[in-house]
Design a protein around this ligand. Structure first.
Ligand code: SF4
Length: 423
């Protein structure tokens, strides 16, 4: 489980690492007007007694944020979250009194996108005239209050030459932390593809900007850049994902604006950093290829064990043993867990081998919930499907056999387990 929990209040807020809000995408999701704060308010009450998350990140910029934002921040502060962060667009925080009210409600961190030193370029990247001016005002307001300004920079071909001066500008404006995100569009248009940057251009400029942060003792965090092209600074790469609090049944009617780009690396099996590095985005690979002459797998100090988080109910000789490892993945299946040998768990999938009474074998596969992907059924957090069928059973018979197992998973999925949809 992640340390952070994201609450999407509407589709207008900026997503981490994105230049624009989800509602600016070609197929705007119908979010917002239906937002019901009660599930999160109830969650806060329960969380207070047994805190699971360190930080809550409230994301929004529309009317629902205006209507519910203060109540949600106050509930989160009382609900056992040690940090409350707000991700909104900077025009909302240009008025010092408004910022003060937000901080008084319990928000301790506010993230602000700053993408260029040149206002025209920043506004063009954000597709919003005046955004640079608003971001500067917002940062000035935060500098006067006891709230942390978290600046993020999305690195594109248009601003890659300015990374060091943008970092310097952010530091002078009071940034306590700077997040550098390689541009990784989900489904890029031709003009968005032109904003991608090859690694040999990106890495040296990013390292210069990191050196500026280091000299100013400002924390720098890197996202979506391969660890192996950053030398010692590779330790700054953060590939973790926050959990998302949402109720699919009522809120994500049309599309999931938290949908993330996908990543991969052909050297994963040889690389010691594979568990902490996503590799390259699919958009990057489509534009520049796998960059195999630049990626250098870090020598393995441990054998490659892609399933080393797996849970087995039987030992190597097939003898029954008490489950060890992440046994909660077996608990998802309830009583049906007795019918599987174990679960093979990777970063992106949980696979349960099952056998029917007629000897037909297949693998039940759980992956992160993705409303756009083909699947058999869905639970709160997962897509559920089966594959690798071997044996005489018909499709109908398999569906009848696996149905109760899937229903149990749907009933038991309380959102506390997660898989990474990105790789
Ligand atoms: S070789 Fe691949 S997995 Fe390893 S650090 Fe480089 S990009 Fe990441």
């Amino acid at each position: 489980m992640a340390a952070d929990l994201v609450v999407m209040i509407d589709g207008e807020g900026p997503m981490p690492g994105s230049l624009r809000s989800p509602s600016a995408s070609p197929s705007p999701p119908s979010l917002g007007e239906n937002f019901d704060p009660r599930p999160f308010l109830e969650f806060c009450t329960a969380h207070r007694g047994a805190p699971r998350y360190e930080r809550v990140i409230l994301v929004g910029d529309g009317q629902p944020l205006e209507q519910h934002g203060f109540a949600l921040a106050e509930a989160a502060r009382r609900g056992g979250f040690r940090r409350v962060r707000l991700d909104t667009r900077p025009w909302r925080l240009t008025n010092p009194r408004q910022v003060q009210a937000v901080v008084q409600a319990g928000v301790a961190e506010i993230s602000v996108g700053l993408h260029a030193t040149d206002p025209a370029l920043h506004d063009r990247l954000r597709d919003r005239p005046g955004d640079f001016r608003d971001a500067k005002k917002c940062l000035a307001n935060l500098a006067r209050l006891d709230a942390e300004a978290l600046v993020y920079i999305v690195m594109t071909s248009a601003n890659v030459g300015q990374l060091r001066p943008v970092a310097q500008l952010a530091i002078e404006a009071g940034a306590r932390r700077i997040d550098f995100w390689a541009y990784a569009p989900l489904d890029p248009t031709e003009s968005e593809q032109q904003l991608l940057v090859p690694l040999d251009e990106l890495a040296p400029r990013l390292l210069e900007a990191i050196a500026t942060c280091r000299a100013a003792e400002v924390e720098a965090v890197i996202h979506h850049v391969p660890v192996c092209v950053l030398g010692e600074e590779g330790a700054r790469v953060d590939a973790t994902e926050p959990d998302h609090f949402h109720d699919h049944s009522q809120f994500w009617a049309a599309a999931d604006p938290s949908a993330r780009p996908r990543f991969n690396c052909l050297r994963e099996a040889q690389c010691d950093a594979a568990e902490v590095c996503l590799g390259l985005s699919h958009a990057h690979v489509n534009r520049f290829g796998w960059e195999l002459d630049r990626l250098r797998a870090l020598p393995r100090t441990r054998p490659w064990r892609p399933r080393d988080r797996s849970v087995r109910r039987v030992d190597a000789r097939g003898r029954a043993q008490a489950p060890h490892g992440h046994a909660r993945w077996l608990d998802l299946l309830g009583a049906h867990a007795m019918g599987v040998e174990g679960v093979a768990l990777t970063r992106s999938e949980a696979r349960y081998p099952l056998q029917m009474p007629d000897g037909t074998r297949f693998v039940l596969v759980i992956s992160a919930r993705d409303d756009a992907a083909r699947t058999f059924k869905q639970s709160r957090s997962f897509n559920l499907a089966y594959t690798d069928v071997v044996g005489p059973a018909t499709e109908r018979a398999i569906a009848a056999f696996v149905g109760p197992v899937l229903d149990t998973i749907i009933a038991n999925d309380d959102g506390s387990l997660s898989l990474d949809a990105r790789r």
